[in-house]
Design a protein around this ligand. Structure first.
Ligand code: SAH
Ligand code: SF4
Ligand code: F3S
Length: 445
């Protein structure tokens, strides 16, 4: 047989895709493939793709062209598309004749077989979605750079039907993963030296493991179980949905120091009329009540969000309601997007995409400007505080400094010491800030 085949994967989209790429490497490793980070030497070049907004897909079309330059230079190279765009576009990707393999998010176990069958005149496609695939038995090959923080998927798919969103179509129905395999994976990464796990799902609060003759395992129960792997292992999670986040989860977080005090709680809009049209199952008032409850049970908890500007029929009044909600809540940071119509979604079928692009951009910029001011306020409010930080590695800007996150998820930078290494915990005091970083010194304690 020939040398092991080298495989190169670029990953786009959310953290779940990052973790899926790690699952793909694990599946292919069992069949003798080795990972490379150099496209030039790869026998198989793939992109794990995202469809959430049109610009995410446009980027992939550009990458397919680049991959094809490799194919032209080195005949025999296989080009594959994985993930959400594979699922959404299916054969349309093969019709370009620039792609040899298309595999949706639930088809990764078949990749070795598909790769073995690929021929120039016989491309391979599998976009079947599953009701039960969770890749529970597969230990992902970690691709993070620091060996400190690992992703663990606890569920797949999504049962919500937010009208703007393509994810339920690309990822299929929601299914939870056996909690024993989740705890086992957390133990495994901890024994490899990792100090932080992030539990991933599109709506973690609806996690539920059912087994006959046993009580259901809820997300709060799962958090409790993972937090007990070790007090030295930090636990984070994403994403929480405002309608489902329960007091039981908040109380579990409060009970365990190693469950990080940060919640990513996407609001999408501050207007009830928009929320209804988006098919989000909460109101502005409900959202604000949840925020108040978070702050009551978890003082100092980090809070971040996602928002969409210019959804169908959004008026100036709706937009002002989003601005006023941002003013009121004071998020630490936010991911802010213009609405991008996705074919096949409820919104695309029922509502005209009628906010003109210039207005979308202006509204988005207004939200960004407001949020930048709020971020600075939020980071300034931490000056003088002391935080326990998990060291991740050298700071990006200054290699003499170290960086790492506080429990509230804010990035801290501080002068290094020769004795400190990634994975250590240190105590810092905040002495200054920007709107995205806390500038700190090490405390003597
Ligand atoms: N499951 C998560 C979100 C996953 S998608 C949740 O429900 O919160 C990540 C973010 O992309 C969303 O929160 C939303 O803000 C944004 N998004 C999703 N579809 C979009 C679209 N069609 N146009 C613009 N932004 C979108
Ligand atoms: Fe999309 Fe809504 Fe599911 Fe999030 S909860 S992935 S926004 S459908
Ligand atoms: Fe994108 Fe799919 Fe994640 S559409 S955001 S990669 S679930």
């Amino acid at each position: 047989m020939s040398d092991p085949r080298k495989i190169y994967i670029e990953t786009y989209g959310c953290q779940m895709n990052v973790n899926d790429t790690e699952v793909v490497f694990a599946i292919l490793a069992r069949h003798g493939y080795v990972r490379t980070e150099e496209m030039d030497e790869a026998d198989v070049i793939m992109a794990n793709t995202c469809s959430v907004r049109d610009n995410a897909e446009q980027r992939i079309w550009g990458r397919i062209e680049v991959f094809n330059l490799q194919k032209r230079a080195r005949p025999g190279v296989v080009v594959g598309i994985l993930g959400c765009m594979a699922e959404r576009l299916k054969d349309k990707l093969l019709e370009t004749r620039k792609v040899d393999l298309v595999a949706g998010p639930d088809a990764y176990r078949r990749l070795p077989e598909m790769l073995a069958a690929v021929r120039p005149d016989s491309p391979q496609i599998d976009v079947a979605l599953s009701r039960d695939e969770t890749y529970a038995d597969i230990s992902p090959v970690r691709t993070d750079r620091n060996g400190v923080s690992a992703f663990i998927s606890i569920m797949r798919g999504c049962n919500n039907v937010c009208s703007y969103c393509v994810v339920p179509y690309t990822r299929g129905v929601e299914r939870s993963r056996d909690p024993r395999t989740i705890v086992r994976e957390a133990c495994e990464v901890f024994s490899q030296g990792y100090k932080e796990v992030t539990l991933l799902g599109q709506n973690v609060d609806s996690y539920c493991w059912k087994e006959e003759g046993r009580p259901d395992v809820s997300f709060a129960d799962l958090l409790e179980m993972v937090s007990q792997v070790s007090p030295e292992l930090r636990v984070r999670f994403a994403t929480s949905n405002p309608q489902d986040i329960s007091d039981a989860v908040l109380e579990t977080m409060a009970r365990h120091e190693n469950i990080c005090k940060h919640i990513h709680l996407p609001v999408q809009s501050g207007s009830n009329r928009m929320l209804e049209k988006m098919r989000r199952r909460y109101t502005r008032e409900w959202y604000l009540e949840r925020v108040a409850r978070i702050r009551e049970i978890l003082p100092g908890c980090g809070l971040t969000t996602d928002v969409i500007a210019g959804f169908c029929s959004e008026t100036e009044e709706d937009h002002l309601l989003t601005l006023s909600l941002f003013e009121k809540v004071g998020f630490d940071t936010a991911f802010m997007f213009q609405y991008s119509e996705r074919p096949g979604t409820i919104a695309a079928r029922k509502y005209p995409d009628d906010v003109d692009p210039a207005t979308k951009t202006r509204r988005l910029n207004e939200i960004i400007a407001l949020q930048n001011r709020k971020s600075l306020e939020s980071y300034r409010a931490d000056i003088g505080k002391r935080f326990k930080v998990l060291v991740e590695g050298p700071s990006k800007k200054n290699p003499d400094e170290l960086c790492g996150r506080a429990s509230n998820n804010k990035m801290c930078v501080f002068p290094g010491l020769p004795s400190l290494k990634p994975g250590d915990y240190v105590e810092v005091e905040v002495t200054g800030c920007t709107s995205a970083t806390l500038l700190c010194k090490l405390t003597d304690a």
